[in-house]
Design a protein around this ligand. Sequence first.
Ligand SMILES: NC(=O)C1=CN([C@@H]2O[C@H](COP(=O)(O)OP(=O)(O)OC[C@H]3O[C@@H](n4cnc5c(N)ncnc54)[C@H](OP(=O)(O)O)[C@@H]3O)[C@@H](O)[C@H]2O)C=CC1
Ligand SMILES: O=C1O[C@H](COP(=O)(O)O)[C@@H](O)[C@H](O)[C@H]1O
Length: 491
Amino acid sequence: MVSHDIPSDIVIFGALGDLAQRKLIPSLYHLENAGLLCKESRIIGVARTDMDTAGFREQCKSSLATFVKAEELDPTNQDIFLDKLVYSQVDFGTTEQYQGLKSTLDEQLERTRIFYFATAASLYGIICKNLTETGCIEESSRVVLEKPIGHDHDSSNQINDEVAKYFEESQIYRIDHYLGKETVQNLIALRFANPIFGAQWNQNQISHVEITVAEKVGIEGRWGYFDKAGQMRDMVQNHLLQLLCLTAMDPPGDLTADMIRDEKVKVLKLMKPITGSMHNDHVVRGRYTKGMIDGKQVPGYMEEEGANPTSNTETFVSLKVEIKSWRWAGVPFYLRTGKRLPEKVSQITIHFKKQAHYIFDESQRHLAHNKLIIRLQPEEGISLQILNKDQGLGQGMRLRAGPLKLNFSETFEKARIPDAYERLLLEVIQGNQYLFVRRDEIEYAWKWCDQLLEHWDKENTPPLPYAAGSWGPKASDLMVMKDGRSWHEDQ
Ligand SMILES: NC(=O)C1=CN([C@@H]2O[C@H](COP(=O)(O)OP(=O)(O)OC[C@H]3O[C@@H](n4cnc5c(N)ncnc54)[C@H](OP(=O)(O)O)[C@@H]3O)[C@@H](O)[C@H]2O)C=CC1
Ligand SMILES: O=C1O[C@H](COP(=O)(O)O)[C@@H](O)[C@H](O)[C@H]1O
């Protein structure tokens, strides 16, 4: 069944919060605008603020005006969408307050109930309990959990245990919004639909892999959240490890959720822990100091509003990850992510091995390897760096590296690239779990990160400084230089 035939009640817990207003409501509008929401579906906003449905519709209308491009805001579809919105005031911790929500849900019985928890993970357990006690959950219901689920393996287990008392794993959709990005999914198509790449995807042909997720923004007034998390928990434990898994996994038997997730789990299990002396050359932890972004002076992390002078939190991590498998023996995965870097860019670069039998001018030997660059954002696309003969007379056989390029927006002109949340919401409505994270993935990811986090806690040393607007501490460059490599420069 396609999504516009599936009537659902999408209940957003935390409907007045930043995530709901900035991402979820606009994404649901885009689904409506694309004809992908069923006529009968409703979006039920739940929060503790005293408000009625008319007020909620006003609030959402104003968020659409802010977060949807004017040319994408169709007045007719916007009205149809706003008519689907209903508000229910509930204090999540108070069972009796769920009665209103229950009555709203019971007005329409023949539909899938989707409970989206866009609120703190510490509330997930109590919301599930109250939904159950008031009879809101049905066998066909689904629950969507936002990240972060816990701050380490044990706390994440606790939250997952709470939710598991009320929902089966097949009903649980754990969000990692990177899995909803167009190019991330294209990685699956690229690897498994093109034999030309599939056959090369191993230690025989690949020398190393680089995953960079760089942000220009700082912590955007989120000191309270970010200082407890740091870049390792905020970005590595989830987004970067997911990208690593999709890049490194073996071909799944088919495209079903569990086949894909089984392969991702295998990668997580095979990641070598970073222990002992490996801490010296496999990991760099940094924190931005003041610097320049887009020609403007920005404060350092410790000068941000609300800063705690004793903080040891990192805003940058780079890692050299080894995977203990035949496919990846001797092929390091270099991961790098940070705030206040010079550009917003997320990309995976596959560095192929150099030509073994080399017949060209020695001075050009450094050019002699192919790179496949998979750009997730901005300007989603794929390019393969190949070597050509430089054009013209009198040059001799000079080589020149140039890209074979596929830019999604230029090649597939008409297609609008949807926001990750649009795709993920659509998949929940359709009941497809393949873009969501299974419980064991989270557990293995946390286990791998915990060993590093515990080491940092024990050491209690401040992260290395880097100026805002630079590519992180010098030690990050040195880490790859020691292996005779450098980070891919054409960011
Ligand atoms: N913001 C973002 O970009 C992202 C957020 N997340 C995660 O999503 C979740 C929500 O984040 P965010 O939207 O930023 O948070 P906000 O603080 O902006 O919003 C929280 C929402 O939860 C509601 N709420 C909180 N406590 C209660 C309660 N006891 N009873 C009823 N309602 C309650 C608030 O209601 P009211 O408004 O009525 O007070 C509000 O609508 C968090 O887990 C966050 O980590 C994940 C990725 C990105
Ligand atoms: O989950 C998070 O992701 C954003 C970056 O997401 P992107 O889609 O803009 O690349 C990050 O800023 C935030 O700190 C983190 O919680």
